[in-house]
Write a protein that binds this ligand. Structure first.
Ligand code: UD1
Ligand code: UDP
Length: 386
């Protein structure tokens, strides 16, 4: 019997990382029945945002790279749709597999749904209830173009039901009769799989940056609301600098190029202060294993990233989120993620509270059993073998 052909679409850092969980599960348990092909849209192209993950996480190199690069939303998404459409005509896969909520996800959903290829969405149902976020529109449109939707949390599953998806739908599933699943999170599969490897990897980072276990703060910032508004970015970074000085604790900041560009363009005096600070360590983006090591060994995480927020939970670290809202609401309800927007007083209050906490925080298993990728692939097989 010919193998079932799955077409992955990736483009941005977190999607490449997520796709490694699926690739690994195919390699380990499904290679006799499934084959994967991958289109990289080229949304992320710097080595440290893309290639490094293929190498380190042993992901098969993409079969197609559309080389789309950076551009305004409409242009970037349009070029991706054109490229993906071409690949779909050539490859005629049995389905297209999409991850998360980037412009690459959206382009994959539109290109495939219009040509009647079944769309399968991993990380379906997440909502921030803020349509000014580009990701929110991408998620909604991708979900409503999908045939199989894998929601990683109860909240995400409920969001889908609230938008009219029906858990009682029966096969055959189609775009008009979609199937929604409550699964775990494939990023948790990855964290479990790579946590030990990260420890073993001889990393220059901890030594070179002179970091002690549980005695540094890990910071990532890349959301457009924070990077593209110099006042917000200034507020956040000057507050972090102040806290680093007050508490005499290093802050390690592997910054996305978007953040670096804004710092160098709009906030030069602040950038110079940070560069000369004894406690602030701005570094280029790190590899996934390095990031995992930093997350495992830090004292606290401050971020606006969705993925890093969840990883704070996997590695049992308190986390301050530089946004007004989050899709991962179970973390806020759990008290281990605090939403502070970009408000200096809120940032300082939550930081102080986490630094002085004198009880154990709880980290319940919200994100599955570490075998979510296998579950998803089983369901895909059942769907496509019919
Ligand atoms: C994208 C996703 C966001 C995701 C993030 C993960 C969208 C709308 N946004 O945001 O949801 O959380 O990826 O990291 O899809 N750049 C480089 N080198 C690169 C790529 C980008 O320097 O390899 C710079 C360019 O100046 C570019 C800017 O970063 O204009 C933004 O890149 P883009 O892919 O548009 O969005 P991200 O902020 O990376
Ligand atoms: N990550 C990484 N190196 C870094 C920063 C992040 O490997 O320097 C990983 C992180 O561990 C997580 C993923 O990238 O798995 C999150 O991606 P990002 O923050 O870019 O996007 P988001 O999750 O917000 O969409």
């Amino acid at each position: 019997m010919p193998k079932i052909k799955i077409m992955n679409v990736v483009g941005a850092r977190p999607q490449i990382i997520k796709s490694s969980a699926i690739s690994r599960a195919i390699r380990m348990s499904f290679s006799s029945k499934l084959e994967e092909r991958t289109v990289h849209t080229g949304q992320h192209y710097d080595k440290e945002l893309s290639e490094v993950f293929f190498d380190e996480l042993e992901i098969p190199p993409p079969h197609y790279n559309l080389g789309v690069g950076s551009a305004r939303h409409g242009r970037q998404t349009a070029m991706m749709i054109m490229g993906i459409e071409e690949v779909l005509y050539n490859e005629k896969p049995d389905c297209i597999l999409l991850y998360g909520d980037t412009n690459s996800t959206l382009a994959g959903a539109i290109a495939a749904a219009k040509l009647h290829f079944p769309v399968i969405h991993i990380e379906a149902g997440l909502r921030a209830f803020n349509k000014s976020m580009p990701e929110e529109l991408n998620r909604i449109i991708s979900d409503h173009s999908s045939t199989l939707l894998f929601a990683p949390t109860n909240a995400a599953f409920k969001n889908l039901i609230n938008e009219g998806f029906r858990p009682e739908n029966q096969p055959p599933y189609t775009i008009d009769n979609p199937k929604i699943y409550l699964t775990g999170d494939i990023m948790y599969d990855n964290s479990l799989f790579f946590a030990e490897l990260a420890e073993k990897k001889k990393s220059y980072l901890l030594d070179e940056l002179k970091l002690e276990h549980e005695n540094f703060i890990l910071v990532t910032i890349h959301r457009d609301i924070n990077t593209d508004d110099p006042t917000r970015l200034q507020n956040i970074l000057s507050t972090l600098n102040e806290m680093a000085e007050d508490y005499k604790i290093p802050f390690v900041m592997p910054f996305h190029p978007r953040t670096m560009n804004s710092l160098k363009k709009s906030l030069v005096p602040l950038y110079n202060i940070l560069r000369n600070s004894k406690f602030i360590k701005i570094i280029p983006p790190v590899s996934y294993l390095e990031m995992t090591l930093l997350e495992k060994t830090c004292r606290m995480i401050i971020t606006d990233s969705g993925g890093v927020q969840k990883e704070s939970h996997f590695f049992r670290k308190p986390c301050i989120v530089l946004r007004r809202e989050t899709e991962w609401i179970e973390l806020v309800a759990n008290g281990t993620v605090k939403l502070v927007d970009a408000t200096p007083e809120k940032i300082k209050t939550e930081f102080r509270s986490f630094m002085t906490i004198n009880y154990e925080l709880a980290y319940p298993g919200f994100y599955g059993d570490g075998k979510t990728s296998e579950f998803i692939l089983n369901e895909i097989l059942l769907f496509l073998e019919k």
